[in-house]
Structure formats: structure tokens, C-alpha cells
Design a protein around this ligand. Sequence first.
Ligand code: UT7
Length: 322
Amino acid sequence: MIYSRIAGTGRYLPERILSNRELESMVDTTEEWIRTRTGIERRHIAADNQATSDLAEQAARQAMDAAGVTADDIDFLVVGTTTPDLIFPNVGCLVQRRLGIHGCPAFSLEAACSGFIYALTMADRFVASGAAKCALVIGAETLSRIVDWSDRSTCVLFGDGAGAVVLKPADEPGLLSCHLGADGHYGDLLYHPYGTSRPQKPEDTAQPFIQMKGNEVFKVAVKTLEGIVDQALSANNLERSAIDWLIPHQANIRIIQATARRLDMPMEKVVLTLPDHGNTSAASVPIALDVAVRDGRVKRGDLLLLEAFGGGLTWGSALVRY
Ligand code: UT7
């Protein structure tokens, strides 16, 4: 039996940091409201000349270095993103070209904040089936480009960044399980109203920015994430105490605390990057993973629960023996 295992991780955050204090001068908000209601203190914002593929490339290079692999080794490349540079070529192909990788499948997929977990699941299936020997999996976003900077209910939440992992085959797991889910009936709770194919109607008055019914998303998120946690544990016959680290999507500290409570897990066992990065959508889980790997908290052999929840609505989890 072949399993996939994470051989290396990487991340990239743009240089520019936007603090809560600066946001006070942009919209009717306070540093204290943002910090206490969301847990966010600052976020990184891409430079004008940086697109999602630029961030993805840097994270990928770090993950490849950490895994000790080169462009010639990569035979599968997938990027989870909601903010592609272009409609096509897809971000996977743009990154493939930058890294000098030739010939392997390269694509991006849209599952909003769950994009990385969806991408990781695709890569796991290819590696575990023997169809790929070295998969590059990236979550990358420039959400600052689709946020209305005059809307206090959304602009304080999001940030830009990218995270990546390299998956390789192994005799031992590795990725113990991945679970994905979605419910399109909740689509209007969190969405971006513009695309390419839907004809505009006179009643379409929404601006081309993220639209969110935050409070309603919050409630569905907490309930769904509780279900995700239970599903991952029961599929693997594991007790809650078996999990060493929770690596959650970083949307709101109160949502993360609720998930930790469900796991009976102290917050010291939760990797939290929210204060520094805000919500980076598909990038948040791989960034948090890389932070905890590089600062030495996550060690080889640790059991990690990765989870995400986002627009669609979409969700997913991955139980990982690191
Ligand atoms: O990553 C994808 C998934 N996304 C999420 O999981 C996000 C989930 N939702 C949330 O994290 C929270 O719902 C928010 C942080 C977005 C909002 O927090 P909330 O506690 O649900 O606040 P609310 O929307 O119920 O608004 C409470 C009050 C309102 O004022 P009134 O009507 O009570 O007078 C808002 O207008 O807070 C006001 N408010 C703000 N005040 C200061 C909303 N945004 C701000 C702000 N600064 N930035």
C-alpha cells in the first residue's frame, strides 16, 4: 500500500503589513473591535506588482527546498485559490512555468477558504494511487484585490499570502484521511458577485467585492466544523486526545476556540496565525502548518488535524501524521 506524506512545507507573506490602527483611519472601526471580535491584529498586503502566482511561487520554492526536491521531481501541481491572476492560464500553469517544471498536470481549483484542503486531497489521491511521485500543493491568495476597502464588515478580515507542501509516497501514512464537503444552498452567505459567464441583470447592483453575511456564516461554520472534527476522528477510530495539533483555517478566533473546545484541546495545542495574517482563505492552513513546522512545534510523528471552511459553502479536513 502506498501512502502520501508531507515531505516539506513553505510559505510566503508579502512585505507590507497593514495594522488594525491603520484601518481605523480607513473605515469606521477600532483596533479593539477588530482584535476582540476576530482575533486579528495585522495582515499582509501584496504589492501592486504582485499577483497570486508570485506569492505561490515563493511558497513553493521554500517547500521544495525543505523537501529536498527540484523542478524535475515535481509530477503533479495543484493550487487552491479564489483569486487567480487570470481566467487562464490557470495559476498552476503560471507557477509551473516560473519554477521550470515541464509536462506534469498543473491546475488550480476554486473552493474558497477550503481550497488548500481540496487541493491536498486531490494530490493525496494521485500520490497514494501511484499516479504521482512528487506533488506540489499550494494555497495562495491576493484577497486584498477583491475586498471593498470602504466596507468595515469585510475589509478588516482578509489578508494576502501563500503556503505550500510537497507530498511524496511513503510506506507508512502520512495522510490518514481527507474529508471534503459542500452545500451550495448556502452560496449567498459568502460570495463574489462577478465572474465571466453570467449575464448581468439590471437588478445586479452589488459591487465587485466579497459579500458576506458574517454572522450567519459564523453559525454555520461552528456547527459544520464540529461535524468535521467528529467525522475525522471516527473515520480513524481515534479519541480526541490523540490529536497533537489543530491547524485550523484562520477566519475568526471565536470559531477556532469553538473547534478546540469540541476537541477538548487547550489553545496551546492550536496553531494560531490569525493575529499576524488575518484570513488568507486557501493560504491560511498551509501557512499555519509551515509556521509550526519551522518554529519547531510540529515534529515528525505528530498527529495533526487540518480543517477549513469557506465560501460555497465548502469545507474539509485532513488528518495527517507529520
Ligand atoms: O473564511 C471564510 C469563512 N468566514 C468566516 O468564517 C467569517 C465568519 N464571521 C465572522 O467571523 C464574524 O461574523 C464577523 C467578524 C464577520 C463579524 O462579527 P460579529 O460578532 O458576527 O458581528 P456582527 O456582524 O453581528 O456585527 C455586530 C456589530 C454591528 O453593529 P450593530 O448593528 O450591532 O450596531 C456591525 O455593524 O458590529 C458592527 N461591525 C463593526 N464595528 C466596528 C461590523 N464590522 C465592524 C467593524 N468595526 N470592522
